[in-house]
Ligand binder design. Structure first.
Ligand SMILES: *Cc1c(COP(=O)(O)O)cnc(C)c1O
Length: 632
């Protein structure tokens, strides 16, 4: 395999490695993803399978705390660091319970943006780390925040409007203690990238300068100024450029010091929101962010220190609400290829005539034979040019009647054979200019998953996720691939993209399965996924890895069809009686036959909705790699 074939060096952060042709989890005993999937299949689970790797949640939390602590020490920063996790990024128990296992170690807190999230935050945050509350709040949500404060949670209510503040002040009258209060500010500075809308003066959120001044007056009047502890902003998710952070921080820093001067003496926390980016790109050219994590943190610490030092104000405690950065890495989906859709032509498909084959066929056959590594890249490119020229001419020759249908088919097959042979030899970087050729031999891989359920941001925002086979990596993948999911929606396709080409293997699916991994799915995808075509959440499991192997736990099968129907308002009894009535009213079937039909249909209700791969595939598989490695 080319070293950078699937761009692991860009996106995997050393979390996954390729060894012996397999993708392995680069942690302790380093099991391969194939072993994990095969073990799950032995347990009766079927693909698609969402795998959660909790050690990667811990790794990201530690990375964040270590980076902030180291840089704060180096810069002699006077304040401390506190992280909270925004629940909207992933509320699923499969993630959140694992997150909460590590959270006490860091005193890691949570951020809530709705009543449901707040209740979940209070319930799961048993170590009582800080809770911040953003988003639009009604009286009920405000009262919940007060109740959480009564049970000694460290809560900060971050106001989005003066009206909210008024409600807080009113509610405070009937409670002995009030939560901390924060103000979200509306910045001039914009974010960048796909999610830029959260920042900027016309954003949905935050108070303007005039409103902040009014808020301060209201707090003073209500004698609650001492509860005003936090200034908050959020530029947007997946910040692409460090310049936007610099600009926003200078603006916020000014506001912070101004407020201190205006008498907000207990204000001591600056919450910079979320947005720390994740590298999703599999190719050098895809730049998700123009900074490293260290650079981001260093920019934050230095600017805040500089702005506050300048005004002789204590360095604030820095809060972050990074979500994507913490959760994206921990989960991936492995699923199987069901079918290859383009015909894979080779020599045996040629139907050459005994004589009078057109000259172009002889020429192409000669080119095919000539292709050899020894010719070097330039020699091969020359042959490629020649081939392209010939292929370009067949349309005209056909229209003019110089070729018949059989000739045309033969030429197309020969063309494919030549391009494929060249692709196995030549360095792909050289080939990219021949995009048209790649499209000519493009293969459509039908894959057992739903883009809408498992990668909704691909559908909604064209967000790319790393995709690669999890085995066969000791062989060069030569087919330019586009991916079809199993929904009946033409948006459920990941097209071959010349800028970010994906190559997959030529696999005889009748002989063995072919598994594809979709990575970095742990942020937003879990909760945004939708049930298009009634493909619900895939089977999922948690994998713990230690020195001796790995263990699968908390496996949860994809919902049965009847449960899915139930979730959209069709009750089981009702659906069953509709079936019973239809079958019972048949005159053409004996009652015994009717029972059999009903029983068979009944069984389908208890299966999940995903496609089932042929069992033959698995029993036929003799691939050596299937038996490699330890399987604990
Ligand atoms: C969405 C959101 C976050 C999380 O952003 P990420 O890009 O996932 O880090 C943090 N804070 C607020 C207020 C948000 O709305």
């Amino acid at each position: 395999m080319d070293k950078d074939e699937y761009g692991l060096q860009y996106w995997s952060r050393g979390n996954f490695i390729v060894e012996d042709g397999l993708v392995k989890v680069n942690y302790k005993s380093a099991p391969s993803l194939l072993e994990i999937v095969e073990k799950a299949e032995k347990m009766g689970l079927t693909t698609p399978i969402l795998i959660r790797l909790p050690h990667l949640i811990d790794r990201q939390m530690r990375k964040l705390y270590d980076t902030f602590n180291n840089i704060m020490e180096k810069e002699k920063y006077g304040g401390s660091f506190q992280a909270v996790f925004p629940l909207k990024v992933n509320q699923y128990s499969g993630f959140l319970n694992e997150f909460m296992r590590y959270a006490p170690k860091y005193n890691y807190g949570v951020e809530a943006g709705s009543k449901a999230e707040l209740l979940l935050a209070i319930a799961t945050n048993v170590h009582k780390a800080p809770i911040t509350i953003n988003g639009f709040k009604d009286r009920e949500m405000i009262e919940l925040a007060f109740l959480a404060t009564q049970i000694e949670h460290n809560v900060t209510l971050i106001i989005e409007s003066l009206n909210e503040l008024q409600n807080i002040l009113d509610t405070a009258k009937s409670f002995p203690v009030a939560p901390n209060i924060g103000i979200r500010i509306r910045l001039y500075s914009y974010g960048s990238g796909r999610w830029a809308k959260s920042g900027g003066i016309d954003s949905k959120f935050g108070l303007t300068a005039a409103e902040i001044i009014q808020a301060l007056a209201l707090l003073k009047q209500a004698k609650l100024l001492q509860n005003f502890k936090m200034l908050h902003f959020h530029i947007g998710s997946q910040i692409g450029s460090i310049y936007t952070v610099q600009k926003a921080l200078r603006e916020v820093g000014q506001i912070y010091t101004e407020l201190k001067k205006m008498g907000a003496k207990d204000l001591n926390k600056l919450n910079i929101g979320g947005g720390l980016g994740v590298d999703y790109g599999q190719h050098k050219a895809s730049n998700d962010r123009n900074y490293t994590t260290e650079e981001f943190v260093s920019t934050v610490v230095k600017i805040i220190k500089e702005v506050t030092d300048e005004k002789n104000i204590e360095n604030p405690i820095i809060y972050t609400e990074f979500g994507r950065f913490i959760s994206a890495h921990h989960s991936l989906l492995v699923t199987s290829v069901l079918e290859l859709y383009s015909q894979d032509y080779c020599e045996k498909h040629l139907t050459l005539k005994d004589k009078n084959n057109p000259k172009i066929i002889k020429v192409l056959k000669k080119i095919y034979k000539k292709i050899d590594k020894k010719l070097g890249d330039n020699g091969i490119l020359e042959l490629l040019h020649e081939t392209t020229e010939h292929l370009d001419s067949i349309e005209t020759l056909f229209e003019l009647g110089y070729l018949d249908l059989e000739d045309r088919a033969n030429i197309e097959i020969l063309g494919q054979m030549i391009i494929k042979k060249i692709l196995t030899i030549i360095d792909r970087q050289e080939i990219f200019e021949y995009v048209a050729l790649l499209h000519k031999i493009e293969e459509r891989y039908l894959i057992n998953f739903s883009v809408f359920q498992s990668m909704p941001d691909y559908w909604g925002l064209n967000q790319k996720f790393p995709i690669m086979p999890i085995h066969h990596l000791d062989k060069k993948a030569v087919r330019p691939a586009s991916i079809w999911d199993i929904t009946c929606d033409s948006d459920g396709e990941i097209e071959f993209d010349e800028q970010a080409p994906l190559f997959l293997h030529d696999i005889d699916l009748k002989k063995k399965p072919y598994y594809i991994g979709f990575f970095l799915l742990g942020a937003y995808q879990d909760i945004l996924g939708m049930k298009h075509n009634l493909f619900d959440r895939p089977t999922e499991l948690i994998v713990d890895i230690d020195e001796d192997g790995f263990k699968i736990r908390n496996e949860e099968k994809s919902k049965s069809i009847i449960a899915i129907l139930d979730s959209i308002g069709f009750n089981r009894e009702n659906i069953f009686s509709k079936f019973k009535n239809q079958i019972n009213s048949l005159n053409s079937r004996s009652s015994q036959e009717k029972d059999v039909i009903f029983q068979k249909i009944n069984d389908y209700f208890d299966k999940d909705n995903y496609l089932k791969t042929d069992d033959k595939q698995k029993s036929n598989s003799t691939d050596k790699e299937r038996h490699k490695g330890s399987n604990k």
